[in-house]
Ligand binder design. Structure first.
Ligand code: SF4
Ligand code: SF4
Length: 347
């Protein structure tokens, strides 16, 4: 990994230069809660002044810029005995500035599913490859447990990753295009003083985590507690709203719908993200529902995050951002559920 120093002024130059040719998405403050805390979303911005890199977290993840909620996979045109299919991938470049380490780790997990597995998705790949990713270090967000999952730091999956050293950024360079961008913006070589300041800042950030949860034996524990009463208890609270999966940076389940026009001349095939906690998620033709009750659906969400994905990719799917815990109206928080499981086992 190469490291460089960018002054704050040079970073502003870098952002303005990217904006000249590329759509830029970044954390933007959009309002304030009743307790005066700020609400941020990843949104398109038109000037560096709109970007708030000091944000704690965003309500939803930046997943939507790689896996949109709804997208047309293909359109069909029928004429006489013939038909044509049109496929469109996004190829316009985009930059996402200000992703935290957990969200970049989430992208790395999505890469494994949509770029490197048996059936790569050209839709995902075209967006991912054409997105310039600039990450930034940050103090832990409230309730975040990314450190327990090893996703509070990141060494790949980005073009540039910034650590704020007060008057300058310590920049990890993760790609050729990242290197070209920082060099053009006026980056300088790091000194021993910069390295020492970076290591001190990393230690300070690491020491601030308050939420810790043991996950090393979780897949086995989940297998052992498959029939546990706790799924009924948590399931009884669940509203089946699907918000947890919508805000999650790694939930990617989807459905595909084909629609044909009334005169049979055109058709579309659309993909729409879905949530495994929604009532008809496992309903099949004929009306049978394999997961009719909420507790089973909630249980399977946890199993996919912490067991199924481990089996497939050797790591949990969850990155510990706690967006699901924050958004859940009845207060179903992943840390509480995991600790509850562990308490059952310890009893
Ligand atoms: S766990 Fe919470 S957010 Fe998720 S479906 Fe149930 S009620 Fe909705
Ligand atoms: S399951 Fe919850 S804590 Fe884990 S990555 Fe998804 S939203 Fe974040």
């Amino acid at each position: 990994m190469l490291f460089r120093i960018l002054t704050k002024d040079h970073f502003a130059v870098l952002v303005e230069t990217i904006m000249e040719t590329t759509e830029v998405v970044a954390p933007k403050r959009i309002g304030t809660r009743s307790d005066d805390s700020a609400i941020h979303h990843f949104l398109p911005v038109e000037s560096a002044a709109e970007i708030d890199l000091a944000y704690e977290t965003t309500e939803t993840s930046a997943k939507t810029y790689f896996l949109p909620f709804r997208e047309t996979l293909s359109s069909f045109c029928f004429s006489d005995e013939d038909w044509e299919q049109e496929l469109r991938y996004r190829i316009q470049p985009r930059a996402i500035i200000g992703l935290h380490a957990c969200d970049i780790n989430a992208l790395i997990k999505l890469d494994k599913v949509f770029e490197r597995d048996r059936f790569p998705s050209p839709y995902y790949t075209s967006r991912r490859r054409n997105t310039f990713v600039v990450g930034i270090d940050h103090e832990p967000c409230s309730g975040g447990f990314c450190q327990s999952l090893g996703t509070d730091t990141v060494t790949q999956g980005f073009d540039l990753f910034l650590t704020d050293l007060g008057d300058r950024y310590f920049v990890a360079v993760g790609s050729d295009r990242g290197f070209s961008a920082v060099q053009a913006a006026g980056a300088t070589e790091i000194t021993d003083h910069d390295t020492a300041a970076y290591l001190t800042e990393r230690k300070r950030i690491a020491s601030l985590f308050e939420t810790e949860v043991a996950v090393h034996n979780l897949p086995n524990l989940l297998d052992i507690e498959f029939e546990s009463e706790i799924w009924q208890e948590w399931g009884a609270k669940c509203l089946g709203c699907g918000s947890c999966a919508m805000v999650c940076p790694t939930c990617y389940c989807y459905g595909v719908t084909e629609r044909v026009s009334m005169d049979f001349s055109t058709a579309t095939r659309q993909k729409q993200l879905y949530a495994c906690t929604v009532v008809d998620f496992a309903e099949v033709a004929g009306g049978h529902n394999f997961r009719a009750d909420r507790s089973t659906r909630l249980k399977y969400r946890f199993y996919h995050q912490h067991r199924g994905f481990v089996e497939a990719y050797d790591e949990p799917k969850c990155v510990g951002c706690n967006r699901c815990g924050r958004t859940c109206l009845p207060g179903i928080n992943p840390v509480d559920v995991i600790r509850n499981l562990q308490a059952v086992e310890d009893a």
